[in-house]
Design a protein around this ligand. Structure first.
Ligand code: SF4
Ligand code: FES
Length: 250
């Protein structure tokens, strides 16, 4: 495949950015999108040109590092697929592809396609964990958990913290991400103990980091590579109201 790429280049957070044109030649359709970028970068390095900076780690769809906006869509055109798992066979020979970083006020660009998503880490640090002593490993079935709750907790725990939901939201909201983390812990007995303080701390941090509120566009669900559903945002809202009542907060 031969492709024309328009890639966002930006030297640093305070530098102006622009789309630059590159030609990707002889791309194998079985390559992943990141492997295609590797080939382009090899060519740039050989010519003495600064390679395109992009984030990646696991390249198997589990770490959430590789988020890019491809033709206007975070993670590109393939549903429930991260950029590293997106294959070139989903594009056509001689296509023109636009590649940009995740766009959100809370995600400043570090360089080219790399943005600073540490705001999501700070939301987790504020309460996305269990600190109660849960004892040793219990016998199987010693703590009975309804099957629906266990399934739902596992669905929520699939979130890989990629930030695509934030970039897709017109309000730059991190509600889907925060909701997934709050829900997966609140649905299990070990996580229930701290559920009230957790949801208050995490939503407070979410706002402090500059993420917006949910605006009911459902764009987050549409681009989420792990299929996290907006129903978890309703769960987050219920947990929030329960917590404010329990903690007697205004
Ligand atoms: S909810 Fe989905 S889109 Fe948002 S951070 Fe988690 S995995 Fe990524
Ligand atoms: S590199 Fe880990 S999810 Fe893509």
């Amino acid at each position: 495949m031969d492709l024309t790429l328009f890639v966002w280049r930006q030297k640093g957070p305070d530098e102006p950015g622009r789309l630059e044109q590159f030609e990707a030649r002889d791309i194998n359709s079985e390559m992943s999108f990141l492997e295609m970028l590797d080939v382009v970068n090899e060519g740039l390095i050989k010519k003495g040109v600064e390679p395109i900076a992009f984030d990646h780690d696991c390249r198997e769809g589990i770490c959430g590092t590789c988020s890019q906006v491809i033709n206007g869509v975070p993670h590109g055109p393939q549903e429930k697929t991260t950029v590293c798992q997106l294959h070139m066979r989903h594009f056509r020979d001689r296509d023109t592809i636009y590649i940009e970083p995740l766009r959100a006020r809370a995600f400043p660009v570090i360089r080219d396609l790399i943005v600073d998503r540490s705001g999501l880490d700070r939301i987790i640090q504020s309460g996305g964990y269990i600190s109660v002593h849960t004892g040793g490993v219990p016998d199987a079935n010693a703590v009975l958990i309804p099957k629906d709750d266990a399934d739902s907790a596992m669905d929520a725990a699939e979130c890989i913290g990629c930030g695509a939901c934030v970039a897709a939201c017109p309000n730059g909201s991190a509600m889907l991400f925060t909701a997934a983390k709050v829900a997966h812990l609140a649905l299990l007995p070990q996580g229930r103990v701290e559920a009230a303080t957790r949801v208050c701390m995490m939503t407070e941090m979410m706002l402090a980091e500059g993420f917006g509120n949910c605006s009911n566009h459902y764009e987050c669900q549409a681009v989420c590579p792990k299929g996290i559903r907006v129903q978890f945002i309703a769960k987050l809202n219920r947990e929030f109201i329960k917590a404010r009542t329990k903690l007697l907060l205004p």
